[in-house]
Design a protein around this ligand. Sequence first.
Ligand SMILES: [Zn+2]
Length: 206
Amino acid sequence: MALATLEFSRRFAMAHRLILGAEEKCATPHGHNEHVIIELKPTMPFSLGGANALASFAQIKGRWHAWIDDQVDHALQLNAADPLIEYFRVQEPRRCARLMVFPGDPTTEAACILFFFKLRAFLMADGAPFAAQRIRIEETPTNSVQVDAAFIEGLEVARDTGLWWQRADMSINDLANAPKLARDQPGQARQVAQPRRPADVSASRP
Ligand SMILES: [Zn+2]
């Protein structure tokens, strides 16, 4: 079975900043050129003969690579509590679609987790005979983070919430569905976004 495991790699550019971490350097918006490598495990037995493939590569990776190329590439990854989100909502609302919004700081660990959920949603929606087994993001040539299905299964996160990373659509945030800020509703008290608790991550760092 291991022989039929598939691996696909894609390169993308991204920007982010970490507002809750200890490193001041990371709190300034900056970017990385990253690679995301996904490993897929077949969910059906492979038999030699005939097409000799459970599905075409185009069918399996099509939606994933379209999401990486059209949505993830050059997106700005932000903590949901980052005040930059309100800046864009008020000053440059047409660019809100380019914001990838995270529960907590947009670290590479968090990106691996959200990407894993998104990939799994795509595979299930496509009915592909493969399941997400592992995702690795190479942030720099020397730093990478990897999560696998067992890690995701043990993760304490709310499932089936309908958040963007659990939906099989091309979204990278839920800003279009977000309630109007108080500033949009004269006469009401201003609402301040509360920082959420960072995800419990223990991803490996080779
Ligand atoms: Zn960074």
